[in-house]
Design a protein around this ligand. Sequence first.
Ligand code: XIL
Length: 301
Amino acid sequence: ASTLGAAAAEKGRYFGTAVSLNKLSDSTYSTILNREFNMLTAENEMKIDALEPNQNQFNFTTADRLITRANEIGAKVRGHTLAWHSQQPGWMQSLSGTALRSAMKNHITQVMTHYKGKIHSWDVVNEAFDDSTGGRRDSNLQRTGNDWIEDAFVTARAADPAAKLCYNDYNTDNWSWAKTQGVYNLVKDFKARGVPIDCVGFQSHFNSGSPYPSNYRTTLQNFAALGVDVQITELDIEGSGSTQATTYGNVTNDCLAVARCNGITVWGIRDTDSWRASGTPLLFDGSGNPKQAYTAVLTAL
Ligand code: XIL
């Protein structure tokens, strides 16, 4: 196949990108989006501050346009994200205790009900683990009690039973890192106790501080062996040229080697669309031309 999405589909997988809704009017951007990708994630527009700017007042207008575009091009949508310490609206930042726990659950229920039947996978909880200790990250949500994560997943299952429910995080790629083990133990515990969880998202923002690890495939395999799907959810790779292309190819091959790795999403289209302040971490250059990294992914698929 000649596009990322079609090639991935031939392997029973999807190939997605983060979408910034205000760029849909950019014709170069939109042309690549429509041609190459069959899974879309809103880069910011389905986050808590975007959807619930005032408590219990929801604004779905912008995010709904992502669903519309996905329907037009035959793509699916990953929902990102329902419970997170970051990009919370001010009113939520100032809540604590049972009021915050209730607000979290209400947000999950209202948003998932609005999008019921329209979302392939939801990142129910994002980035709940500490970077170094393997324990939980301190946050207002964590301070509502250690059971906040399972409370979020149980609430999510009730709201849209058809959506796959994912835990999503970064720096969980290297099997030997404490954070990876912390998340692994959470998933193992949820499976043992029957807490609903269907998938684990590996953001996979690779750079010199957290490079692509040689045991990445092992990590994906070990999580999948717990009985969950695994998805590469926010891929970008620092670097350029053949070195970067090789790593993109390796990541693609690792996903294909794991039966339960459903798909890969890159975190933006052109290098100039990247959230990274500098560098060239994506598959298309600033003019929208496919890079060596693009060819490496397409060849691997
Ligand atoms: C980033 C967006 O790309 C930026 O535009 C925004 O300013 C901050 O958030 N992990 C995540 C994503 O789960 O939501 C983040 O996206 C990148 C890191």
